[in-house]
Design a protein around this ligand. Structure first.
Ligand SMILES: [Zn+2]
Length: 315
């Protein structure tokens, strides 16, 4: 499944670069078939967006894990989040919480949270480390386990909940969203540090036609929308962001002439308007997935239709 929105954005950007402004929907449609294979459109992310799926809230409860240790940078200083998948078909987040609370001392394994399509259950204070992915990663990261589900709708909801937890934790600890660095799969951890050989959640994702790159898109959207408005959907906008002209990176913004960094939105004719109700805090990092050239500046997208000018980007 391919999103028309994505292609429209792609073509519109190309046209904007030539200075002709945006095209209409009718003009764009014939291009759809040609470009649909360019990159990771995600049917799951589209499903989340099209059905307005919202994450549930995070439940915090005290688990039984009694090994309280800080991260290598100290208590309350995680460096990011590791994404796991339980590999246990049919077990809900509640089932897993019960099991790990009972068995961690014999399995030598524990994580901060379990998530499924219905619940996000946090069972250990994320200021402290857990035993989830080998000693190197345990000293650096918050760790969350995604439970296996059996329908597309359940999978989409579980992914939305997982992304929300991860984005919330990045924001809680004032961490940038840097795919592969502040958010990484257990597979990435195995490749990077070699302490474990687990490859989750890559295989489970693949069974649903999903990938870490697509998951990163969803996390990045939630992260920016949460920072900008406190809501993952930012007023009902799209959560699907991968475009053929994708330009994902993290930028840091600052306005030396003011107390905040202004942002703009683009209307359907390609004209920028200042967003008056919101702005970005000075010296804050933002995940951006797309750029657009307009009146001599390159604008970087930080939310569904909120863009920051290159004149505010600092290194
Ligand atoms: Zn794992």
């Amino acid at each position: 499944m391919v999103s028309k929105k994505k292609l429209m954005a792609s073509v519109a950007t190309t046209v904007a670069l030539t200075g002709a402004g945006f095209m209409t929907v009718g003009q764009v449609v014939p291009q759809l078939v040609i470009q649909q294979n360019v990159k990771a459109a995600s049917a799951i992310n589209d499903y989340i967006s099209n059905n307005n799926i919202q994450p549930v809230s995070i439940q915090n409860e005290e688990g039984t894990f009694s090994k309280w240790f800080g991260y290598e940078n100290g208590v309350g200083k995680p460096e990011g989040v590791v994404v796991h998948e339980t590999a246990t078909p049919g077990a809900t987040a509640r089932n897993e919480v019960t099991y790990f609370n009972r068995e961690w001392s014999t399995m030598y394994s524990y994580v901060h949270a379990f998530v499924d399509n219905n619940e996000i259950i946090n069972i250990h204070n994320t200021d402290y480390g857990v035993w989830g992915a080998g000693q190197t990663a345990n000293a650096k990261y918050i760790q969350i386990e995604l439970c296996e589900v059996s329908t597309t709708d359940e999978f989409a909801r579980s992914i939305s909940n997982d992304a929300y937890y991860i984005a919330s934790k990045l924001i809680q600890y004032n961490l940038p969203f840097t795919p592969g660095t502040t958010v990484l799969s257990h597979n990435d951890v195995s490749n990077k540090y070699g302490d474990t050989n687990h490859t989750d959640p890559v295989g489970y994702f693949a069974a649903w036609g999903y990938s870490m790159d697509q998951f990163y898109d969803l996390i990045g959207t939630y992260y920016n929308n949460l920072k900008a408005s406190g809501s993952v959907t930012n007023g009902g906008g799209s959560t699907s962001t991968t475009d053929p002209d994708t330009d994902s990176s993290t930028i840091k913004v600052n306005n030396t002439d003011g107390y905040y960094v202004p942002i703009v939105s683009f209307d359907s004719t390609g004209v920028a308007t200042a967003v008056k109700s919101r702005a970005l805090a000075n010296n804050t990092p933002w995940y951006t997935d797309k750029t657009k050239d307009y009146e001599g500046h390159t604008y970087h997208r930080v939310a569904t239709n909120e863009w920051v000018s290159d004149q505010y980007i600092v290194n």
